[in-house]
Design a protein around this ligand. Structure first.
Ligand code: ATP
Length: 539
């Protein structure tokens, strides 16, 4: 979607639409002068902001980074097309989002995006929110594969604090997932996207306890969803939201369990590999309703116990469901031992660094590589020497494999004529030729590609171009490509395991034959050949 065209109405003109979202205080516009002060001001319009880049796309909205021309302050402005809202019957969703954000913005918690004001023109609705500079959490999990225990503890702890606050205000989020956990400039969380939220109406709310499941179970007042529709996102939806039995704050605790699992393992607990969308969702729901999920080898034992106590089919039996006010039973779980929940917002979040969790076959491995602090480690030859055991004390318990004859340098330096000849040979003799888009393969071999605690066997092909293709060796189908750029770096961890760092993701690869260092050298040589500079630390 392109940035909104110049506004068609002047500030203050009454909008000719039924979609006007009145603020809870009856004024159309509420602007916070600073994070803690909300006050009514003159009505805003799109001309009060300079719209910059698109920072997110939702199902019915586009989110822009924008600057307030009066305060110079950056905001995220969610722009919803009215015709799309009407066509897709999202009015209720927009109203919910606004109501929940209004309540939260006045409640003084730092764990939510703040709604500064709303306004509209003839075609669009605008939500002016605080800007969460570091985007959402999912790319972080995907980039590093999984979080270590300290990160998981911290971030799930902040999410728990947010849920305590939310549920205390009688609001259920109902679409909690890593994409809706935003990160501000200090890497603290800001929960966003309240389009599926529900403000619980309680009878005799005077002394009721909204975190108690019994008192907050309500029957939804909206039309019942069709049997194949639900509120929220398939992978994180709780069983009771699927069976339409009841809704309660406990559904958010289920989602918390799914998120903790994903932070540790790298993937959410309930997944389906079926490529056909409706079949995939059906499989997923069957798994959720029968609690069909597994813990991969190496899953942190305390976190496992916590997840098992949150992923409970009966919403009343989930850990925390019977707590008063705060989720004390979750706070006191041994996974959170020594975590001071009340100080989380003042703490420096633990850094999210590339990290390969250990399993029964290999120990956990941390990356020494930092982007952009140390952009130029390349291959550290001292480390290579150590790993090869040439310094007399190999750090790896894996015995060093016998060196293979080196043909690669020749391939990289051959003439165009020779390359064409090799390509002809490859076409006739190499069964992977069809998958590499006509590029000359420099090195190929089976590797285990890990994401968090899950591994998949892949055929990895380094080709001229350069490219790093990976394919499923069973189906002989191309699965993807590690994107090349001058920033691509390899990091050998031992004879079997090496990391390939790219700006958006670290790939964890394991050569079962133990030739990780050969892979690193080949990739590094290709980088130097392609981008022309050697940035290795070897003298
Ligand atoms: P969905 O389809 O999930 O319901 P939506 O239409 O409600 O989405 P949001 O989830 O609110 O839209 O926003 C879409 C994306 O925009 C988010 O995933 C996030 O990346 C980005 N985004 C939203 N709000 C902010 C913000 N305040 N600061 C930074 N980025 C934001």
């Amino acid at each position: 979607m392109s940035p909104p065209p110049p506004p068609t109405m002047q500030s203050g003109s009454p909008p000719p639409t039924q979609l006007s979202p009145p603020a809870s205080n009856g004024q159309q516009t509420v602007v916070a002068a600073n994070e803690h002060m909300i006050m009514p001001v003159t009505k805003r319009s799109p001309t009060d902001y300079i719209f910059g880049k698109v920072i997110g796309e939702g199902s019915y909205s586009t989110v822009y980074l924008a600057k307030d021309i009066h305060t110079n302050r950056e905001h995220a402005i969610k722009v919803c097309e009215k015709h799309q809202i009407i066509r897709e019957k999202k009015r209720e969703q927009v109203r919910r989002e606004k109501d929940a954000l209004n309540i939260l913005s006045n409640s003084g918690s730092s764990f939510f995006v703040k709604l500064y004001c709303t306004f509209q023109d003839a075609e669009r609705l605008y939500f002016v929110m605080s800007y969460a500079k570091n985007g959402d959490m999912l790319p972080y999990i995907n980039k590093v594969g999984s979080f270590d225990a300290a990160c998981t503890r911290f971030y799930s702890g902040e999410i728990l604090r947010a849920l305590e606050h939310l549920h205390d205000l009688n609001i259920m989020h109902r679409d909690l997932k890593p994409e809706n956990i935003l990160l501000d400039h200090n890497m603290h969380i800001k929960v966003a996207d309240f389009g599926c939220s529900k403000i619980v109406e309680q009878p005799d709310t005077a002394d009721s306890d909204i975190t108690s499941t019994e008192s907050s179970v309500i029957s939804d007042d909206e039309p019942r969803p069709r049997s194949n529709s639900f509120v929220g996102t398939a992978q994180y939806v709780s069983p009771e939201l699927l069976t339409e039995k009841s809704i309660s704050c406990s559904s958010d605790l289920w989602a918390l369990g799914c998120i903790i699992y994903q932070m540790i393992a790298g993937l959410p607990p309930f997944r389906s590999s079926d490529l056909v969308a409706f079949r995939s969702e059906y499989m997923l729901f069957k798994k959720i309703l029968s609690l069909d999920y597994e813990f991969p080898d190496g899953f942190n034992a305390d976190a496992k116990d916590l997840v098992q106590k949150l992923l409970v089919l009966d919403p009343n039996e989930r850990l925390g469901a019977k707590d008063d006010k705060r989720y004390t039973s979750i706070r006191s779980h041994h996974f959170y031992q020594d975590l001071d929940f009340d100080k989380l917002h003042e703490m420096n979040p633990p850094p999210i660094y590339p990290y390969l969790p250990g399993n029964s076959e290999s120990q956990e491995l941390r990356s020494q590589y930092r982007v952009p602090d140390h952009l130029e480690p390349g291959l550290d030859y001292r480390q290579l020497t150590r790993l090869l055991g040439l310094d007399g004390q190999s750090s790896s318990t894996t015995p060093a494999p016998a060196p293979r004859p080196r043909k690669r340098a020749g391939v990289l330096q051959m003439s165009e004529e020779e390359k064409q000849h090799q390509l002809q040979q490859q076409k006739c003799n190499n069964k992977w030729h069809n998958l590499v888009e006509g590029n000359l393969i420099v090195k190929q071999g089976l590797v285990d590609k890990r994401k968090g605690l899950f591994a998949r066997r892949r055929m990895l092909c380094l080709t001229m171009g350069p490219h790093l293709y990976y394919a499923d060796p069973t189906t002989m189908s191309l699965k993807g490509e590690i994107p090349w750029s001058p920033q691509l770096r390899v990091e050998p961890k031992n004879f079997r395991i090496f990391f390939v760092h790219t700006p958006n993701r670290t790939y964890y690869l394991e050569d079962p034959e133990g030739f990780a260092l050969e892979w690193c050298k080949a990739i590094e040589e290709m980088r130097v050949l392609t981008y022309g500079v050697s940035t290795t630390t070897c003298a």
